[in-house]
Design a protein around this ligand. Structure first.
Ligand code: FUB
Ligand code: ZN
Length: 631
């Protein structure tokens, strides 16, 4: 694997080796469109929303309560509440238009013990002893998020209190969990990616060694077997032996991301290949059409192969974030566009679906089928967790809002990379890039529009290669690339390249076929057999009852997939179909009648992008639409 010797430091993932080099926030700027709107909302609403809620529910106050010796009595929130404070601080560091929070950093630093230990749920008089519950205690998980926040601060704003606190915590972890210490793992991975990133930042080998130890230790039963089995914690099988991602989805994905980081930094190609195989199997058999992962509500876990029920989709927002993190690392390591394809699907249909339009309410679970209209949660009420019908402002387990915040804040770094041959565009947004000798502007209204224009502002004299991902979803349509000299050619899904001596003013045009089209599920996904969905570009669409005539619910929809869906106004799609609610029956089974019921009329069912649903009040909703169900 090639060494990365140059590049920006203002980014969350900075491998020292790999096929591609990521760009930092000082090299790429999103200037308009879909993600610019969301980044604005994130910076101006979500960050303060999260800060206010954590103050109100007492999670930020835990640090001061610890210092004042009243934490055993006054602690608020779940055992991992500290981690959300850290994730918010990480988001603030990446979002440089938002101020930092030095008071909070000081309060956190004050709660750190002399040996570097830091956790408000354990270890003080009246609390459980340190590391007495590695299965569920989340102490190393909290360090992981602290270290990621510290790395973000050091890279985006320069070393401050938080970065120093994070390093002291990392030193404590190495001293406590190294060889001869507590030779076990945490019930929730994330320390692995964090330690590798700290090693990348500081050049200190011991952080990488500790991360590698954690990856190798998992799967040897160092955690107690519990209610959900060892598989829940990925402690049933060593990472290298697993064939597919399994157990708790966020845990599995963070662990896999950490394993990629370790593999890349240590040159462990076998470990990297093992994670690639797991990713392939998971994408082929355990992933929703939205990119969402996890189909068990009971334990927030992956289901068996093809167990992807739309109405019980868990698809936790954090699993979406973690999946993007994994795919991004695999893309950097291998250069293969399939990883950017999944990242794109997940960003648009899971990460973007979680926050409300105003950035002050969130989905925790991202169902693909809502059968009952919900009720609007009170603006100031904390929601229990994942079962809310509409987005809620805060959850008792509020891991998702801060995870969205830090991902959206760092989003520009996921769009493009460089290598020795040139520059690669993986995700499309209206943006400007300035890196090395290359300066360019990307103009597009993607994903509403499939046209992406790249204009070269600055270029080295020598020839170099501009690579553009042609998304896998373009299969079946015609994607075209127009070079600066006007030469036009069709390009297949994968990577399209233009190699030449670019001059300022040169323009390259990529035209992607974003017409809406039907998607059919693998027949082994029994829960959606006999249905179709609509996709337009990377966006998955859904029907929402607010768009149906009064009194109709989404379950009354039946579509005629023999005719194509069409573009409608304002980003909607209109699908041919009818609305005939199934007859009420005393017993929901009957002898098979093979005569397909004719489609009554072709009224046209209005579909909206899935990410935008539930922004107009309580609604029933479905992504997968029945076709020929006899009624
Ligand atoms: O355990 C910490 C976080 O809470 C997990 O990542 C989420 O799945 C939720 O359970
Ligand atoms: Zn979450």
């Amino acid at each position: 694997m090639k060494e990365n010797t140059t590049g920006s430091a203002v980014l969350p993932v900075a491998p020292s080796r790999g096929r591609l080099r990521p760009l930092g926030l000082d090299e790429i700027r999103i200037t308009g469109g879909f993600w610019a709107r969301r980044r604005h909302v994130n910076a101006t609403a979500t960050l303060d929303h999260c800060r206010d809620w954590m103050e109100r529910v007492g999670w930020t106050g835990n640090f001061t309560a610890a210092v004042e010796g009243r934490i055993h009595r006054d602690r608020r929130g779940r055992e991992f509440a500290d981690s959300d404070v850290y994730k918010l601080l990480e988001a603030m560091s990446w979002e440089t238009t938002h101020g930092a929070d030095p008071d909070l950093e000081t309060a956190i630093a004050a709660a750190q013990e002399p040996d570097g230990y830091l956790n408000t749920a354990f270890g003080r008089p009246g609390q459980q002893p340190r590391y007495s519950d590695l299965e569920w205690g989340h102490e190393l998980y909290c360090y992981g998020h602290l270290i990621q926040a510290g790395v973000a601060q050091a890279r985006a704003r320069g070393d401050g209190e938080l970065a120093k606190t994070a390093r002291r915590a990392a030193d404590h972890v190495c001293a406590t969990f190294g060889r001869g210490g507590i030779e076990r793992v945490c019930g929730h991975p994330v320390i692995e990616t964090a330690l590798v990133e700290l090693a990348r930042l500081t050049g200190e080998q011991r952080y990488l060694d500790q991360a590698a130890l954690f990856v190798d230790r998992r799967g040897h039963g160092t955690l107690a077997d519990g209610e959900f089995g060892r598989v829940y914690h990925q402690d049933d099988l060593p990472v290298r032996q697993a064939r597919v991602l399994r157990g708790h989805a966020v845990r599995a994905l963070y662990l896999a991301a950490g394993a990629v980081d370790v593999a890349v930094e240590t040159g462990d190609d076998d470990l990297l290949a093992a994670v690639v195989r797991q990713w392939e199997a998971t994408v082929a058999r355990r992933t929703y059409v939205t990119g969402g992962m996890g189909s068990h509500h009971r334990d927030e876990s992956f289901g068996d192969d093809f167990v992807l029920p739309p109405d019980r989709a868990y698809s936790e927002t954090c699993a979406g974030v973690a999946s993007v993190q994994l795919s991004w690392r695999l893309l950097l390591a291998t250069g293969e566009p399939r990883f950017a394809d999944l990242a794109e699907r997940t960003l648009y249909n899971v990460v973007a679906a979680s926050p409300s339009e105003d950035g002050r309410a969130f989905f925790y679970a991202n169902t693909l089928h809502r059968r009952r209209r919900g009720t609007v949660p009170a603006k100031d009420a904390e929601s229990p967790r994942a079962e809310s019908s509409l987005r809620a402002p805060w959850f008792a387990v509020s891991c998702c809002p801060t995870n969205v915040a830090r991902t959206v804040a760092a989003l520009p770094t996921y769009l493009a990379t460089t290598d020795d041959h040139g520059l690669q565009l993986h995700q499309y947004a209206d943006a400007e890039i300035s890196t090395g000798g290359i300066g360019l502007r990307i103009r597009t209204d993607y994903p509403s529009d499939g046209r992406v224009t790249v204009r070269i502002d600055r270029s080295p004299e020598h020839p170099w290669t501009l690579s553009l991902r042609v998304p896998a979803w373009a299969e079946g349509g015609t994607a075209r690339l127009v070079e600066p000299d006007g030469t036009s050619r069709t390009v297949a899904p994968g990577t399209a390249t233009v190699t030449r001596s670019f001059r300022p003013g040169d323009e390259i045009l990529l035209e992607l076929p974003v017409a809406p089209h039907w998607i059919a599920p693998d027949p082994r996904i029994d829960a959606v057999r006999g249905t179709v969905a609509v996709q337009r570009g990377p966006l998955v669409y859904c029907a929402e009852s607010v768009d149906l005539p009064d009194g109709h619910e989404a379950d009354a929809i039946r579509v005629d997939a023999s005719a194509a869906p069409q573009d409608g106004p304002d980003g909607t799609v209109v699908a041919p179909g009818d609305l005939t609610a199934p007859a009420a029956r005393a017993w929901p089974y009957r002898p098979l009648d093979r005569t397909p019921a004719p489609v009554a009329d072709r009224t046209g069912i209005v579909l909206v992008p899935y990410h935008s649903w539930a922004n107009r009040g309580p609604s029933t909703m479905r992504v997968w639409l029945p076709t020929t169900d006899p009624r």
